[in-house]
Structures are given as structure tokens and as C-alpha cells.
Design a protein around this ligand. Structure first.
Ligand code: DX5
Ligand code: ZN
Length: 226
């Protein structure tokens, strides 16, 4: 699968969100990463389905990669499916019945993803991987942009990659948190094929140049992984 770059709009200028999303997509981004926080499951509060709907109404056609950091999960899944989410990922600890949540996301025509916090074991995949389209490894604790990449995420990516290969299914492996141009090659080498980056992209002066530089580093990493 080709690598995809998904700027996290958590680090965008919310007063000009539509322009910001257009700018990163024009600059070569593949997906829009949409962080949903509820001040309950995580200690921060962000954006919900209305904002997703507004982006779709403004003409955004790129995949919207919704990352739910909320509890309960299921009611908001229904709301996001209605307003054009593409991927919907959630944290298994936040759902009473993770398999039911996966089924719900799929039944609404969206692509289910499961998110692993730094301390969350990959064991959740034992009985869920056959129903997933995406595995998201957190390389920071969820809640805020601009945190430092936790290096243990690299070994976890490699372990998740092995599980995906063993499943034989086309499951995306995404990394989220502290992703920069400088570490993109080693992250790609560890097996990621979807790269969320918030502050690295929106905090840079030239979105297109940063996305191009990140993609070049990803290519370097993928080539060296063979
Ligand atoms: C953190 C979010 C991330 C965050 C990444 O809870 O899930 O998507 O925006 O931001 P950076 O790339 O700045 O670490
Ligand atoms: Zn995220």
C-alpha cells in the first residue's frame, strides 16, 4: 500500500479551518486526521460531527480519518457516519464492547480502526484484526498535539506489522504523535504506512514543502526496510 500522510487538524488555525484543510490537501496531504476529544476519556476538548459536516459541505472530498478519544463511543460513531467520516477509529478501553463498536462502524459504511495507547497491549488484535481496516499506534499519550515521540512505539509498530501480515488482510498501520520529518524514515522502516502529523505540518511555514520532505523520508525508510 502507498504511504499516506494525514495532517492532524488539531494543530491547524481553527479560526480558518476550511482554508487550512484546503492548504494541506493542495500541499499533497492524502487524508485529513480529525481528533475528537471529550474532556472525559482524555483531558482536552476539541471538535465534533458538526465540524466534520462543515468540511464536507465546504467541498472536502479527501478521506476524513476520525480519531475518537471519547467515552462512550457508539453514539458518536453514528453521528460521524452521517456526516461523511471515512475511517472511524476508537480506543478499545473506551468502549464497553469493542467488537460491537467495530461492527457498528462497518454497518454504517465506514472503515473501522482500533487505537493503541502507549500502555495498551496489542492483544486486543487477537480477536479483532479480521474486522479492522486500520490499526493506529499512539506514539504519545492522547490528548494534546506537540508532544514528544515515545521511541517504544517503533517496536510496537513492528509487532503490529507482523500481525497484519499474518492476517493477510489489507489493514492500514498508522502512527500518531510526535511524527516529524526527522523521524519519518525510522517510523516507515518499522512498518507504518499512514503518518499523522499535526504540529510538524501546521507549525511549519510551508505545508507543501514539509509534506514533500516527510514523504521523501518515508520513501527512504520504506526502501531500507526492503
Ligand atoms: C493526540 C492526537 C494527535 C495529535 C498529533 O492525542 O491524537 O493526532 O494531533 O499531534 P503532533 O503531530 O503534534 O504530535
Ligand atoms: Zn489523532
Amino acid at each position: 500500500m502507498d504511504a499516506v500522510i494525514a495532517p492532524s487538524i488539531l494543530s491547524a488555525d481553527f479560526a480558518r479551518l476550511g482554508e487550512e484543510v484546503d492548504a494541506v490537501l493542495r500541499g499533497g496531504a492524502d487524508w485529513v486526521h480529525f481528533d475528537v476529544m471529550d474532556n472525559h476519556y482524555v483531558p482536552n476538548l476539541t471538535i465534533g460531527p458538526l465540524v466534520c459536516e462543515a468540511l464536507r459541505k465546504a467541498g472536502v472530498t479527501a478521506p476524513i480519518d476520525v480519531h475518537l478519544m471519547v467515552s462512550p463511543v457508539d453514539p458518536i460513531v453514528v453521528d460521524f457516519a452521517k456526516v461523511g467520516a471515512t475511517y472511524i477509529s476508537f480506543h478499545p478501553e473506551a468502549s464497553q464492547h469493542p467488537h460491537r463498536t467495530v461492527q457498528l462502524i462497518r454497518s454504517l459504511g465506514c472503515r473501522p480502526g482500533l487505537v493503541f495507547n502507549p500502555a495498551t497491549p496489542l492483544d486486543w488484535l487477537d480477536h479483532l484484526i479480521d474486522d479492522l481496516d486500520l490499526v493506529l499506534i499512539m506514539s504519545v499519550n492522547p490528548g494534546f498535539g506537540g508532544q514528544k515521540f515515545i521511541p517504544q512505539a517503533l517496536a510496537k509498530l513492528a509487532a503490529a506489522r507482523a500481525r497484519i501480515e499474518a492476517s493477510g488482510r489489507p489493514v492500514r498501520l498508522e502512527i500518531d504523535g510526535g511524527v516529524k520529518v526527522d523521524n519519518a524514515a525510522q517510523i516507515a522502516r518499522a512498518g507504518a504506512d499512514a503518518f499523522v502529523a499535526g504540529s510538524a505540518i501546521f507549525g511549519s511555514g510551508d505545508y507543501a514543502a514539509t509534506i514533500a520532505a516527510m514523504r521523501a523520508q518515508i520513501d527512504v525508510g520504506r526502501r531500507s526496510a526492503g
